[in-house]
Design a protein around this ligand. Structure first.
Ligand SMILES: Cc1cc2nc3c(=O)[nH]c(=O)nc-3n(C[C@H](O)[C@H](O)[C@H](O)COP(=O)(O)OP(=O)(O)OC[C@H]3O[C@@H](n4cnc5c(N)ncnc54)[C@H](O)[C@@H]3O)c2cc1C
Length: 405
């Protein structure tokens, strides 16, 4: 961004400065404005208001209840509640569209006894917490979805309740629009450094690329895959790195006669219904951190991995046509692929909302609400999100979650 395109802030001091204005910056901003006990001023600084390279613009926008950790399940339950009652949560505003959760479910397929056993254990945990997960034998899967090739499959977990696609982009747009209408200032600019008080316990100001310095009460790191660049501004490392994830949209000569659940093939390729088309996605064969600006497509991945996997799992998909594809970055948490949120233990007014890896979109309602609670009250009031706190990074302790995609 050229310095010319940058905007100047209206004030020299804000109660909350949010670094990054995509899904998380907007979620935190909106939930703060929605909290009757928060009356402060909010500045959201966004370096690229086109959001062209943000994770949010590359998402597959799905939600699942199939996690192994109780807190992740509760977070998703609120995500589903928020999506299904979107207009109500947005204050009943008639302009806000109603959102639908297309519950075609995730289908985790097991091709070995060990994974099949894990799925059966997970099903019990999820069922205890109210999720609709069913363990299905290979024959049961074939009865409901006869189009699969199940030769190598023993069974799978599937859930048709509150699990599938939702329009995350509309949610994001309305959070941003409503936050603005409620007085949040969105600024096209880039945060480049931060200053702290003498004993280092508080961020006192942030500096913008255009030269201004802004005093702040609280800073929120909502910088997605760039989270570490922002945390280094206070001398702190956060284990988040950009990792490429590939998405393909294809058309089938003979479409399926029913929805294709979001199927997680044992090869790691996933595929699902996408309106009149289908979507598939995967990680690269060698998965490592890439440059922040590297969005180069690897065409061999489609030819050599994704298409053969799709055609093997669903023989009807022998004849398909690729119609679109894109590369996006996960904000990949290299410690445990789960969220890192809440204040830094020593720099108490610096908040993380980072490291969501592949499930940040669905978590944005619960994580945004929780962060707004913590900023307002100094504690979580609804779901206790402390298991996601930064202290585990310091202690090198993983958040345990077996269901990672
Ligand atoms: C291919 C793919 C598929 C996915 N599928 C799903 C899915 O099905 N379900 C799901 O729940 N999640 C999914 N996710 C994850 C989800 O999309 C992300 O977790 C979520 O969008 C993260 O939002 P964010 O606001 O944290 O990050 P981003 O969207 O990356 O936004 C960060 C913003 O911060 C800005 N920024 C960075 N540094 C600065 C700075 N110094 N100053 C100012 N601005 C700055 C950037 O410009 C950017 O706009 C997927 C992600 C990808 C890539």
């Amino acid at each position: 961004m050229s310095v010319k395109a940058m905007q100047a802030p209206k004030k020299s001091s804000y109660d909350v400065v949010i670094v990054g204005g995509a899904m998380y910056g907007s979620s935190v901003a909106w939930f703060l404005t929605d909290n009757p006990d928060f009356n402060g001023s909010i500045l959201v600084v966004e370096r690229d208001p086109s959001y062209e390279f943000a994770s949010t613009s590359h998402t597959n926008s799905c939600i699942r209840q199939q996690f192994s950790n109780e807190v992740n399940i509760r977070v998703s339950q609120f995500g589903a509640e928020f999506v299904k009652n979107f207009r109500q949560f947005m204050g009943g505003d008639e302009r806000v569209p109603k959102l639908k959760l297309h519950s075609f479910g995730y289908m985790y397929l097991a091709d070995n006894e060990e994974f099949s056993k894990t799925l059966q254990e997970l099903q019990k945990v999820q069922q205890r917490l109210g999720a609709g997960t069913r363990y299905m034998t290979r024959d049961e899967i074939l009865r409901d979805y006869p189009f699969y090739n199940m030769e190598d499959i023993i069974g799978g977990n599937h859930n048709l309740v509150d699990e599938g696609y939702f329009d995350g982009n509309t949610l994001f747009d309305w959070w941003k629009r409503s936050a603005r209408e409620r007085g949040v200032e969105y600024l096209t600019n880039e945060v480049v450094s931060m200053s702290r008080n003498d004993n280092g316990t508080k961020v006192t100001s942030v500096a913008l690329k255009s030269g201004e310095t802004i005093a702040c009460g609280t800073v929120v790191n909502a910088s997605g895959p760039r989270a570490i660049l922002t945390s280094r501004m206070i001398g702190v490392e956060v284990p988040v790195e950009p990792r490429k994830r590939y998405t393909y949209i294809f058309d089938a000569e003979q479409p399926l006669d029913r929805d294709l659940p979001l199927t997680i093939d044992p090869t790691g390729v996933h595929m699902r219904t996408d309106g009149q088309y289908y979507l598939a996605g995967c990680a690269p064969n060698e998965d490592f951190a890439v440059d922040y600006d590297d969005f180069v497509q690897d065409h061999s991945l489609w030819e050599e991995k994704v298409w053969p996997t799709i055609a093997n799992r669903i023989p009807q998909f022998e004849a398909i046509k690729l119609i679109n594809s894109w590369v996006g970055h996960y904000a990949y948490n290299s410690l445990d692929q789960n969220a890192i949120i809440g204040p830094h233990p020593d720099v108490e007014n610096f908040f993380f909302v980072n490291g969501f890896s592949g499930h940040g979109l669905q978590q944005s309602p619960a994580m945004g609400r929780g962060t707004a609670e913590y900023i307002t009250y100094g504690e979580y009031r609804t779901i206790d999100l402390t298991p996601f706190s930064y202290s585990r990074v310091v202690e090198n302790r993983k958040f345990e979650e077996k269901a990672v995609i």
